[in-house]
Design a protein around this ligand. Sequence first.
Ligand SMILES: [Zn+2]
Length: 473
Amino acid sequence: MLDVIISGGDVVTPQGVVRCDVAIAGETIAALAGPGTLPAAARVIDASGHIVMPGGIDPHVHLHHVWMKPDGTPLVTAGPEQVGRAALHGGTTTFIDFAYWRDGLSARATIETRDRDFVGKSPCDFAYHLMLHSEPPPEFAGQLAEAIQAGYPTLKIFTTNILPTRSGRMIDFGDIWEAFQVLAKEGGLGVIHAEDNDIVMHMYAKLIREGRVHFENLAQVHNALSEDLSFRRVLRLAESVPGTALYMMHVSAATGVAAIGEARAKGLPVYGETLHQYLIYSQEDYRRPNGQIYHTYPSLKSSQDQRALWDGTAQGTIHCVATDELCCTLKDKTLGSRIDDVTGGNSGVEPRLAVMYTEMVTRRGYSLPRYVDLVSSNAARIMGLYPRKGAIAVGSDADITILDPSRRGKVRAADLHETDYTPWEGHDIFAWPVTTLLRGKVMVENGQYFGRPGDGKYLARKISPEALGGVLA
Ligand SMILES: [Zn+2]
């Protein structure tokens, strides 16, 4: 007998939107069939009038993440239990975080260290990008090759230390070149935070010298020229190592979109991610009360940059909209007030699907499949999770979000499960997830939470030949 039938909804499938019933047996999708044609199930969820979509996937979050407060004491952000609960309330079922590869640790030890923060704690399914820090150890290439084969195929690389008070984040170009050779050979994917460190550090020094240290000047520091130079340098390096596939994280400027577009026009397997706040806010918003809440690194940019990002989502240079989640209280988010001490990251994993529905489907007329690609399916396709994740198809995990397009209102932090503020306070909502299933288990239904900290599983990944070849399938 089937376990669950989701009946009568408009189902966003890889072939388009179809009004049908979705059958679940155990943890996976067993069938899609015409309304009322399936055999009996233990449970039927009526989805008529609703949109049935794959659970959201956020490929860029930092949970249980240590950040330094301006006074030098550590700030540990909310972990997978709290953020996962919020994510499920908002229809997101999978996230990809980072495991810090540093201090001479082996790749294996790096993964085991991060497992302590997630295993048995996350109610969402999860995976990690290995995040390379400082100078890689001599055994690096061999260990990276092994990690890719063991199901950890994405490597995060920084080309900047981001802040003048930090060191050890950026990787020099010789080491990046070596890393690209391993990625290309083993079928890995580079996930890149690209900014030009010289430009960024020059602007910090200049603005500090001139006394212009208020954080509203951040767009002058983490600027569009830096994105231009750094994206092009990284992409040129990738081009010199045939087979290097890259995912450019948190694209924030028109220059970044253009660089990705040109690389893709040459047939290079290069993908773009932007963040929800870059699509909705600009550098002008730093001047609003508690303007820090809109910030992450690199900074917000101009409204022209924002238009280019939107064009990228429509034209296929921006593939994913992530959060860069770094969940903390309003007090902690607004502690810093200078260009060199503002907290990065964002809270927003819970309203991401609803806010993007408003902006994409309601306001810009994007089709439901395009919207679903940007908040779920493309992340699965690029990150080696498809079609297990990101698809409503026979054999896929039954990670399903049911959106109610008649549920309208405004985002209120008080209604969310994330923290005590949201950057989207008062933002219009034209749909809200009413039911979220993870591998067949109902995790949230009409505001009631049924998740448990250990419900989430680690997802071993393998980047598909299509993603490595620059063709998404
Ligand atoms: Zn990040």
